[in-house]
Design a protein around this ligand. Structure first.
Ligand SMILES: NC(=O)c1ccc[n+]([C@@H]2O[C@H](COP(=O)([O-])OP(=O)(O)OC[C@H]3O[C@@H](n4cnc5c(N)ncnc54)[C@H](O)[C@@H]3O)[C@@H](O)[C@H]2O)c1
Length: 250
């Protein structure tokens, strides 16, 4: 129970990587606020947390909207307490050549990945500063570090999160608040099913992964737990890949 009574907010946690992160914190004794656009899926994850004796609430908000995010954080503060650990997980990606994208595609990719992260950080940062404790972990992608074709706008949005996290880390380090990024490799979630079909399936793609398999949501959750630990308090402004050796950046 390494996070007993810590209040954790995980965005986009109704399925996929966010769900695994919410369950991992629930198993470690945290009080978990499970956010998603889809309230029913968030409620179902809270049900899973409660099934093993954990504590959590489902909170619906569109993270691209600051008013909705502030309202959500107020609700969490009233029902569970001030957010101690924020995991900016919700993401959105448009798979198209850049020349075929539209401003509406740009709004969605940048809105969820970057503006959503800014909104959630803005809504919790004063409480973290007051508490002299905080952990912010952003789920990004190596697309934001190496650039991925067909994901140009998403690559830019994740790159923006990485740059923002480095600067915020320096602003708030004095308050025992850390800000780090996890760059996921291809991880088996509902969100990547169509992408996997498009590239010829899992069996084909996994040959490119030195570990011999694609990521599971739990692989990413393990990294989030690492950054959130008290023992990780001196690690901030960093980005690590969790991709079975696929991306090995310095
Ligand atoms: N799965 C991968 O291969 C992979 C690789 C690299 C990075 N990532 C990143 O990991 C994160 C999670 O990806 P996933 O594969 O689990 O995604 P997913 O599509 O399976 O799940 C995303 C969840 O976020 C929710 N969501 C979307 N927009 C939202 C909004 N505006 N407000 C609140 N919730 C919203 C969705 O309803 C959904 O439940 C994303 O940031 C993604 O960019 C994933």
């Amino acid at each position: 129970m390494r996070f007993k009574d810590r209040v954790v907010l995980v965005t986009g946690a109704g399925r996929g990587i966010g769900r695994a992160i919410a369950l991992a914190f629930g198993k470690e004794g945290a009080k978990v606020a499970v956010n998603d656009l889809n309230l029913e899926s968030a409620k179902s994850v809270v049900g899973e947390i409660k099934s093993f004796g954990g504590e959590g609430i489902a909170v619906k908000a569109d993270i691209t909207n600051l008013d909705e995010v502030v309202e959500m954080v107020d609700k969490i503060r009233n029902e569970l307490g001030k957010v101690n650990i924020l995991v900016n997980n919700a993401g959105y990606w448009t798979i198209k050549l850049f020349k075929d994208t539209t401003p509406d595609d740009w709004q969605k990719d940048i809105g969820v990945c970057f503006i959503g992260t800014l909104n959630c950080c803005k809504a919790v940062i004063d409480d973290m500063i007051e508490n002299r404790y905080g952990r912010i972990i952003n789920i990004v992608s190596d697309a934001g570090r190496i650039g991925e074709p067909y994901l140009a706008v998403y690559s830019g949005a994740k790159s923006a999160v990485i740059g923002f996290a480095k600067a915020l880390a320096k602003e708030v380090a004095r308050y025992n608040i850390t800000v780090n990024n996890i760059a996921a490799g291809v991880t088996k979630t509902p969100g990547v099913e169509s992408f996997l079909k498009g590239v010829g399936g899992e069996d084909k793609l996994k040959k490119a992964y030195p570990r011999g398999r694609l990521g599971e949501p739990e692989d990413i959750a393990n990294g989030v737990i690492f950054f959130a630990l008290d023992e990780s308090e001196y690690i901030t402004g960093q980005t690590i890949s969790i991709s079975g050796g696929y991306t090995t950046l310095g």
